[in-house]
Design a protein around this ligand. Sequence first.
Ligand SMILES: [Zn+2]
Length: 417
Amino acid sequence: MELPKYTMGIGDRFGRQGKAQLAAFVKAAEMGLAVAPVWNKSNREHLLVHTAPPSVRTEADAAVAALGWRKPYFVDADHIGLKTVDGFIQCSDFFTIDVADFIGQAPDDAALEKFVAAQARRAGALHVPGIPEPLEVTTGYIERTARKYLVAVQEAGKVYRHIAAAKGAGAFITEISMDETDQPQRPLDLLIILAAIAQEKIPVQTIAPKFTGRFNKGVDYVGDVAGFEKELSDDVAVLAWAVKEFGLPATLKLSVHSGSDKFSIYPAIRRVLKKTGAGLHIKTAGTTWLEEIIGLAAAGGAGLQIAKELYGQALERFDALVAPYASVIDIDKSRLPSAAAIAAWSPAAFAGAVRHDQRCAAYNPHMRQLLHVGYKLAAEMGVRYQNALEEFAPIIAQHVTENIFDRHLKLIFGPGA
Ligand SMILES: [Zn+2]
């Protein structure tokens, strides 16, 4: 199974927006942008909203059937590990093997020595086509990097072989993710990690490093945009070099776990793709759930009431909701409007505060981030929330499609300004 050149990961906490999401890819295809959808949902999300992995397959297949989509699509077991993968094996054909927890664990001496010995011949000034300056490789750097990442790659090998034993090699897409960690992996680190992946014989088709800068959930990038563009471009060059040098799959490409809405770096990503001809997997972060809230608020009446209630509860349970996401959000509590303050808000005021439009004076990234991590509350609301999604389905669908098409697909893969 091969991954197409351009793919985008989409999440749907409550599994109701599959058609609205796919409609965005249909619109993209109509304007000549071939991007394959990848429905992803992590074990953590399943636990929080009490769903099981096969529900994502059911949703994807139903959307594909309803819209007559004849192009590729995938179902991603997102951020799985050996402990969580089993429930995903049958229904998924894309596996994001997350080994971030194993970064920094000490490898055994024999494995480390063997790896360093095999790679030592690369020491010196390494010229990678596409990177203007040579990479300065030393055996010390190879050893330090291997010390940090070798166990993580070995763990990825275990998970890969576990899946392959059940599904058959070649029957699924393998991604390795190392993004949920503190330290970014620079291009030379990535090169050494790819050498280890090749040695472990994992047919990796996408790899998600941690990039420099902050990728908070549902809000814009925080960091040096020019620096990011250089890093992305160098990473692309490293991947192309590693495919040839290590015999990795020709379809290997970067996976950017964007956290959604990284508008300030989308032009940089687009330039790098155009310049290099490289493919890309870009994963977004369940902001479809925020579009549900925005749609409900914009609908007014009972919809707006539910949006306000959920926000009020999120304020009350702030600490518990924020804790699991502390490293990927930045909320200034003093900037959160109180429940009393929003009680009188109009549909436009509430939707405007949550909708990610930086030109809009009402936009409040603190409120948006809090709601982003508050989806558990909608799960707790249960049938009432589900019924509201049903009642206001048309307006919600419009927001979901527009968000994915206009604010992601077009900006990343489109012809550009
Ligand atoms: Zn990730």
